[in-house]
Design a protein around this ligand. Structure first.
Ligand SMILES: Cc1ncc(COP(=O)(O)O)c(C=O)c1O
Length: 178
């Protein structure tokens, strides 16, 4: 089963602790693999970071991440941390897709991570983009008074934090159409 427990798109919902437990029980009973697509875990501004499901049951959950939001989508690089029992099958499945990704970019990313530079980059860029998201959120609330939350949405904008005004502001002016 493939899912995005930390941030469902497009609703923005987070899988509750009860549903997480239920899901793990379901997978355990069926010897199924859960693929946790943790695609925007690094930049969350609307809540405390959400723990990975994979940490609860590394034997049942494969964790998938990507540098598309943190470095550049054009790199086409990510990672998959898989339970040992599934690794061979996943290698085969990945190998059947294409001839793999450029080695140089992968080696550069591995070096970037190993040197701690990726962590430093996340801390610096997270603070910068968090401040920008807060400014943006403040401005957007002026133009969108029905917006429910003052907290900025995560990196991948979640429509769930917005509620469309019943009528646009301009239409409430006397004589305006609509
Ligand atoms: C649900 C989901 N998974 C994964 C990704 C990352 O995709 P990619 O690494 O191919 O850019 C995204 C990008 O926004 C996404 O929305």
């Amino acid at each position: 089963m493939l899912l995005t427990p930390a941030h469902q798109f497009p609703t923005g919902a987070v899988l509750s602790p009860e549903r997480r437990t239920e899901l793990l029980r379901w997978a355990d009973a069926r010897e199924a693999l859960i693929i946790e697509d943790d695609y925007d875990a690094e930049y969350r501004y609307d809540r405390a970071p959400v723990g990975a499901l994979q940490g609860l049951r590394p034997d049942l959950v494969a964790h998938v991440g990507s540098v598309s939001k943190t470095l550049a989508p054009a790199l086409r690089l990510g990672w998959l941390i898989a339970p040992a029992a599934w690794r061979a099958r996943l290698f085969d499945a990945r190998g059947s897709l294409d001839h793999g990704l450029p080695a140089l970019e992968q080696l550069a990313l591995a070096d970037f991570i190993t040197r701690g530079a990726y962590d430093r980059h996340l801390r610096r860029s997270g603070a910068r983009t968090g401040a920008a998201a807060t400014r943006c959120s403040r401005h957007s609330r002026r133009g969108c008074p029905a917006r429910r939350s003052a907290a900025p949405p995560p990196a991948c904008t979640s429509p769930s934090t917005y509620r469309a005004p019943t009528k646009p502001r301009w239409s409430r002016r006397a004589g305006a159409p609509g």
